[in-house]
Design a protein around this ligand. Structure first.
Ligand code: FA5
Length: 345
């Protein structure tokens, strides 16, 4: 029995050293030390030995078990370490691979143009004023010299909510509100915001669009001030070479009224598809604030005068960036939006 034990021990130690993986080693452990293994069998057979031999044999079995267990554990530490190293090697990250660029958002092109215009006027000392989009008929029309039944109301088809409340059709009511609030004091504001008209949507018209209004009221404010201001605006937005021209027009809230054209930034004035062969592009409406409007808001029109202008940033953005359809601003197609990266505006 002693010889058998010695033989089993040598066999086990040999197989332990031969095991190359954690799995193989585990199999060796189960084979030699498990419940059905040969060493356990020897233990079970001890009952047949004479009583005086049993302690000696018991000690020997324990010694063999201890030696095999110790050798198993030592080998296990080695093989586990080896397995970890192999895993680390095979899973090495190649840090020389280029990273995947993260997708970043951009401000909407229209927001950028509105902010560009705001920044320009803020740099000229204007303040930003805001007003409600759901507006009283009084501020949208009456306070702007457009009493009920005035034919010029037809120029701006309106969404009425009640007889006296409507979605504002332009940003000019903010003029009227600001003048009323200022109580006769000088004013220098721009009013950006959304407006609504019952226009049929097409490439250049939207039922909801943005406007930026400008209003300056003070002593000795003249048409030449308006022209100078609009000229700076045109050059900053469309390039230093831009010329402007003012054409007579009609708005009930300004007198005289004008429409401003800029010399075509594409052909420089010789005629092309952008300016429809005229050399000029219409940009905005403007004029000297009508004395009735000043008086209705409590201003002394003999002492103070003012100019006002109103523009549509969608049309300006379309011209500036060659966008052929106003509906692109509102359909949120990422293929359109991603063309306007931060650096391009
Ligand atoms: C006005 O709304 C005047 N309140 C502007 C004004 C202010 C004149 C102060 C004088 C003094 P008009 O209806 O022309 O004017 O509109 C101004 C601009 O809004 C137009 O030049 C155009 O750029 C834009 N616009 C008008 N209708 C639409 C529409 N349906 N879709 C997109 N833009 C529009």
């Amino acid at each position: 029995m002693e010889a058998r034990l010695q033989e089993l021990k040598n066999e086990a130690l040999e197989k332990i050293q031969a095991a190359q993986t954690v799995k193989e080693l585990t199999d060796v452990r189960v084979a030699y030390l498990g419940k059905k293994g040969p060493i356990t069998d020897v233990l079970k057979g001890m009952g047949k030995l004479p009583a005086e031999e049993r302690p000696k044999m018991g000690a020997l079995v324990n010694e063999v078990r201890a030696e095999v267990t110790e050798s198993l554990e030592a080998r296990m530490v080695l093989l586990e370490e080896q397995a970890i190293n192999e895993k680390l090697q095979s899973e090495t990250i190649d840090i020389s691979l280029p990273g995947r660029p993260a997708k970043t958002g951009n401000p909407h092109p229209l927001t950028r143009v509105v902010e560009e215009i705001e920044d320009l006027f803020l740099s000229m000392g204007y303040e930003i004023a805001e007003g409600p989009e759901v507006e009283k008929d009084y501020y949208n029309f009456e306070a702007l010299n457009l009493p009920k039944g005035h034919p010029a109301r037809d120029m701006q088809d309106s969404f009425y909510i009640t007889e006296d409340i409507l979605l504002r059709t332009h940003t000019s009511p903010v003029q009227a509100r600001t003048m009323e609030a200022k109580g006769g004091e000088p004013i220098k504001i721009i009013c950006p915001g959304k407006v609504y008209r019952r226009d049929n949507d097409d490439a250049t018209h939207s039922h909801q669009f943005t406007q930026i209004e400008g209003l300056v009221v003070g002593e000795d404010i003249r048409m030449s001030d308006l022209k100078g201001t609009l000229s700076i605006f045109a050059k900053k937005m469309f390039g230093e070479d831009r010329e402007i021209r003012l054409r007579p027009s009609f708005f009930p809230f300004t007198e005289p009224s004008v429409e401003m054209d800029i010399s075509c930034f594409k052909c420089g004035g010789s005629g092309c598809n952008v300016c429809k062969k005229t050399g000029w592009i219409e940009i905005l409406g403007a004029g000297m604030v009508h004395p009735n409007v000043l008086e209705m808001a409590g201003y002394d029109s003999k002492r103070l005068t003012g100019f006002a202008f109103g523009m549509g940033p969608e049309r300006i953005a379309m011209l500036k960036y060659g966008i052929e359809d106003i509906r692109h601003f509102y359909t949120n197609d990422v293929r359109f939006l991603t063309q306007f990266q931060r650096t391009e505006l």
